[in-house]
Design a protein around this ligand. Structure first.
Ligand SMILES: [Mn+2]
Length: 318
């Protein structure tokens, strides 16, 4: 299915719900807020469905005040729900059980399982926002400053500030067009990254302090335990961004962060060169990209989860 077909389908509806994956990151949120604004410019009755609240470091984005956690399922007369940046149905931040309308799935994850009535998956896109930018071109919506800031935030988030290999020529061309709109792009970086609490930085320090290297020093392992969070007086928020620290070490090929949570052990995996961490994630029911993936492991302790993943990684590193 071409993007122009997706565009036509969307514009057939008047009331449109937009949602993303649970624990929305910068790409998920930026993409949703950009599309929200574009659809409203088109005169559509668009709104965000979200079981999640907005993370502190993303609350600078326009229209985040509309995401209150109160609209968790499609409201009456919604014709279509657009799900952005979400690889599988279980991870959608909306209750769709009783919803009878259409679902459009727009994403860039290789592991996407095409759960929509209409699916548009472009795995070449560095971020879902890259697809949204192209969709807005199809819609002939003028990308303004405010939309641009959202899309830029998405691109920064999913490319590791343009340093990952997923940032292609197309990504950079789109970025240059966004920067040209005039919003303060440097401030986006500050909002995203220079916004941590003292307690969180102390927690990151403690986690790094306990970091271990495994499999001939090729795999960095970090563990965020409830005990450590308590000791540092940190909030139990997302600390997966620390995973990149492991890759900073010379000779390390894979970095892994394991975190205790109510639902199970959350695992973030990052690869430097050739190891396909998506493959590893899929063994445990997770997913993502070849160089960045995630898993939720239930019914295992943090150490058991670590050992199981290392066992699978060992086969890949030979
Ligand atoms: Mn993404």
């Amino acid at each position: 299915m071409e993007l122009r077909d997706i565009c036509k389908i969307i514009l057939d509806f008047n009331k449109i719900g937009i949602t993303y994956h649970v624990s929305p990151d910068g790409d998920a949120l930026g993409s949703v807020l950009a599309l929200l604004q574009a659809l409203r410019k088109y005169g559509k009755e668009a709104y965000v469905i979200s079981k999640d609240l907005v993370a502190d470091n993303l609350s600078f984005l326009p229209y985040t005040e509309e995401i209150t956690g109160e609209i968790t399922s499609p409201t009456e007369d919604t014709g279509v729900v657009i799900v952005l940046d979400c690889g599988n149905e279980e991870r959608i931040s909306a209750d769709l059980e009783n919803y009878k309308g259409k679902v459009i799935n727009i994403d860039h994850h290789l592991s996407n399982d095409n759960y929509g009535d209409f699916n548009y998956i472009d795995t070449e896109a560095a971020a879902t926002a890259e697809i949204i930018y192209l969709l807005l071109q199809e819609m002939a919506v003028k990308v303004d400053d405010s939309i641009g800031k959202c899309l830029y935030t998405s691109l920064v988030t999913d490319t590791g500030s343009f340093r990952h290999s997923n940032a292609t020529k197309r990504t950079h061309i789109i970025t240059s067009k966004l920067v040209d709109l005039g919003f303060d792009h440097s401030a986006v970086h500050s909002n995203l990254f220079d916004n941590k609490s003292y307690a969180k930085v102390k927690l990151l320090g403690a986690v790094i302090n306990d970091m271990e290297l495994n499999l001939n020093d090729k795999v960095a392992v970090m563990m965020v335990t409830d005990e450590l969070i308590k000791k540092c007086n940190a909030e139990n928020d997302d600390s997966s961004d620390i995973v990149s620290t492991g890759l900073q070490i010379k000779g390390v090929e894979v970095s892994m962060v394991l975190k205790e949570s109510e639902k199970g052990i959350k695992v973030s995996l990052r690869a430097k060169n050739d190891v396909d961490v998506r493959k590893i994630a899929e063994i445990f029911g997770g997913g993502g990209h070849t160089k960045a993936s995630g898993i939720l492991i239930k019914n295992l302790s943090i150490l058991e989860a670590r050992d199981k993943i290392l066992f699978e990684l060992e086969k890949e590193l030979i």
